[in-house]
Ligand binder design. Structure first.
Ligand code: C5P
Length: 225
């Protein structure tokens, strides 16, 4: 059965991450490894997770010159990761597409960080609105051969329209009704996010900080079905 939950392993060590993975067992198939855990434990941890049969989403948000992105992407593909994020800038995306050739690594574009608002864009020299820049970058991502987009559940319906039915749309900011939102401001429930067009849902603290993470993951799956 197809399980859209991606648990964000936002913990500082492989020991803590593996404890969660063991607790979750077959309730979860996908794990997101971000900068913190990768900085701490590196490729060995990704290889270990992938070798154990889990699907690894490596959230590295690459942004560098094409040769560097291409080579680093090829290395990520060799680790057995299934998803990698890169910034949705044309040069970077085309280099990543080049680097993953011959592997089954899928690429996700990060359009505009959700911490950016229009005044941040102005400061960086962009005259577009956030929505305009997101839309343009989604279209270029697909044209470059990038497989999907990371987007908020609030924008996922619009992104789906632009990206097309085959795109892999991954949304963080997902919380069940009544769950603690933490620092997330614009959240949707798992059902709402899927109904709006999300393919995979990144869920961190609602699961990782639950008294019983496995029970919480199973509860969310039941809520989705
Ligand atoms: O704990 P929580 O469910 O809020 O974790 C969400 C995960 O998604 C974290 O790893 C966070 O870095 C990531 N994320 C996010 N919002 C974005 C992009 C990524 O929450 N706009």
């Amino acid at each position: 059965m197809n399980n859209p939950i991606v648990v964000a392993l936002d913990v500082p060590s492989a020991a803590e991450a593996l404890r969660l993975v063991r607790q979750l067992g077959d309730a979860v198939q996908w794990y997101k490894v971000g900068m913190e855990l990768f900085a701490a434990e590196g490729p060995a941890f990704v290889r270990q997770l992938a070798a154990a049969g889990h699907f690894v989403f490596l959230d590295m948000k690459y942004y560098d010159i094409p040769e560097t992105v291409k080579r680093a992407t090829a290395v990520v593909a060799s680790l057995g990761a299934k998803l990698l994020t890169v910034h949705a800038v044309d040069q970077v995306m085309r280099a990543a597409v080049d680097g993953r050739q011959g592997s089954d690594l899928k690429l996700l574009g990060v359009t505009v960080l959700t911490s950016f608002d229009e005044s941040d864009l102005r400061m960086e020299g962009y005259s577009a609105t956030v929505a305009e820049l997101v839309a343009a970058r989604v279209a270029r991502a697909r044209a470059a051969g990038v497989d999907g987009i990371v987007c908020s559940p609030v924008e996922v319906a619009r992104v789906r329209e632009i990206a097309g039915p085959d795109a892999i749309l991954v949304t963080p900011g997902v919380r069940s009704a009544g769950a603690d939102k933490g620092d997330q401001k614009r959240v949707a429930t798992p059902r709402q996010a899927l109904a709006s067009g999300a393919s995979l849902l990144v869920i961190g603290r609602q699961i990782t900080r639950a008294a019983d993470p496995r029970a919480e993951a199973l509860r969310i799956r039941a809520e989705i079905e």
